[in-house]
Design a protein around this ligand. Structure first.
Ligand SMILES: Cc1cc2nc3c(=O)[nH]c(=O)nc-3n(C[C@H](O)[C@H](O)[C@H](O)COP(=O)(O)OP(=O)(O)OC[C@H]3O[C@@H](n4cnc5c(N)ncnc54)[C@H](O)[C@@H]3O)c2cc1C
Length: 394
């Protein structure tokens, strides 16, 4: 008899928890449960489809799925297909790794208009999440407002700005790629409510905006006469100073040199959204599409004896994939300490039928083979039934 641990959520934080647990207790039985038939959470559904290098982290997670006492149970939503109470009663410990992806709203008039999209809904569409198959109508979109000053705002602006050639090696879903390519896009406004010295872009992602084939990144030099806040810790100050240098390069670019212009606008606080435009504290801009990249909320978490949260579910929507490693490893230590003086529970296996690792591998092989025919890393299945049929070997 050994302890059984349920990990709910097969994103990075869930897998890093598996890793932390197995390093100390290779004998543990671990079930990693996800509501989707596919693992890897936001690495599959959030990370931009043209950043395949970032998505390569899944190779590490894949190795964990191959451990003999680790079971993947996909297409199983805790709270719907089995209750949190049933789960926590049956397992010796439960790790909640469910993430946090409810789009936050701007809270201004017009933020619920149909042309206003939260970044999760938008990025999940690009990435083929089966719950988000319908995208925005881009057929008459000339001007886009991307609200926010983090890397998700850059992802959205970049994927809109890139040419089909630049996206050719990505795994963007075909419908989204075609809609973007056909849109009459001319201007993308990336809007920060504060100054550039507060933007949370990282340098590589910001610099990439200056190297796009059909889009020129521009900004107003007047906003850049600032320094990174002196009170920030050194790494933050260095990051912000680098951002300011990159933005100074953008300020030297003459507008109009390429078919699309990405405008970085600062001190631009959204006040109201109307069809075709966004009103800012600084004036009104045309905006046929507004994408808000202002963070995420989460559903309330279960709590109780033997229940531990990790990742975005625990910390909120901040931190990169690697941030979750240290966090999940620390929580794994708490789980191990909790299990130390407890006898394993002896009840039956309560998991309903689910998509197992073999089922996921059938999906994976199918997608990769479909991609190979087009020179892409994969062509994702976006339809629930198609995913389940392939998982079952139909
Ligand atoms: C748009 C976007 C782009 C990003 N780009 C990058 C990037 O380029 N580089 C980088 O380092 N970081 C990036 N991040 C951050 C990174 O994705 C997160 O740090 C990381 O995914 C958080 O991991 P997590 O395991 O906590 O949550 P998630 O990755 O969200 O995983 C949660 C999992 O739980 C499952 N789940 C939820 N509820 C249930 C339930 N009730 N039952 C069963 N399963 C459930 C979900 O299906 C999901 O698979 C990005 C984030 C976003 C939103």
């Amino acid at each position: 008899m050994t302890h059984r641990v349920a990990i709910v959520g097969a994103g990075p934080s869930g897998f890093y928890a598996v890793d932390g647990l197995l390093r100390a207790r290779p004998d543990l039985h671990i079930d990693i449960i996800d509501r989707l038939p596919t693992p890897y959470g936001l690495v599959r559904a959030g990370v931009a489809p043209d950043h395949q290098g970032t998505k390569a982290i899944v190779r590490q997670f894949e190795k964990l799925l191959q451990q003999p006492d680790v079971r993947f149970a996909g297409n199983l939503e805790v709270g719907r297909d089995l209750s949190w109470d049933e789960l926590t009663a049956a397992y010796d410990a439960t790790v909640v790794a469910t993430g946090r992806v409810l789009d936050r709203r701007l809270g201004i008039p017009g933020d619920d208009l149909p042309h206003v999209w939260g970044s999760w809904r938008f990025v999940a569409w690009l990435n083929g999440h089966p719950d988000f198959r319908a995208g925005p109508d881009l057929s008459a979109v000339r001007s886009v407002a991307v609200v926010g000053n983090g890397n998700v705002a850059l992802d959205v602006a970049r994927v809109l700005a890139k040419t089909p050639d630049e996206m050719a090696k990505s795994d963007i879903v075909a419908e989204a790629g075609a809609a973007i390519a056909a849109a009459p896009l001319a201007d993308i406004h990336v809007l920060g409510r504060r100054g550039p010295e507060h933007a949370s872009f990282t340098g590589n992602e910001l610099a990439e905006m200056g190297r796009l084939a059909r889009a020129a990144a521009v900004t107003d030099a007047a906003a850049l006469q600032v320094e990174a806040p002196a009170g920030d810790p050194t790494p933050e100050r260095l990051r912000k100073a680098k951002n300011l240098d990159i933005l100074k390069g953008f300020a030297a670019v003459p507008p109009g040199g390429k078919p699309v212009t990405v405008h970085f606008r600062f001190h631009a606080v959204p006040v109201a959204i109307r069809p075709g435009e966004i009103e800012l504290s600084t004036g009104v801009l045309p905006a046929d599409l507004v994408v808000t990249c202002i963070g995420y909320d989460g559903a309330p978490l279960p709590a109780g004896d033997g229940v531990f949260a990790v990742g975005w579910a625990r910390r909120g929507p901040s931190g990169t994939i690697p941030t979750n490693r240290a966090d999940s490893h620390a929580v794994a230590q708490q789980v191990l300490a909790y299990l130390k003086d407890r006898d394993p529970k002896s009840g039956p296996d309560i998991l309903p039928p689910a998509v197992d690792a073999a089922g996921w591998h059938r999906i994976d092989r199918h997608e990769v083979a479909a991609g190979a025919a087009q020179g892409r890393p994969r062509v994702k299945l976006t339809d629930w039934q198609a995913l389940l049929d392939i998982a079952q070997g139909d």
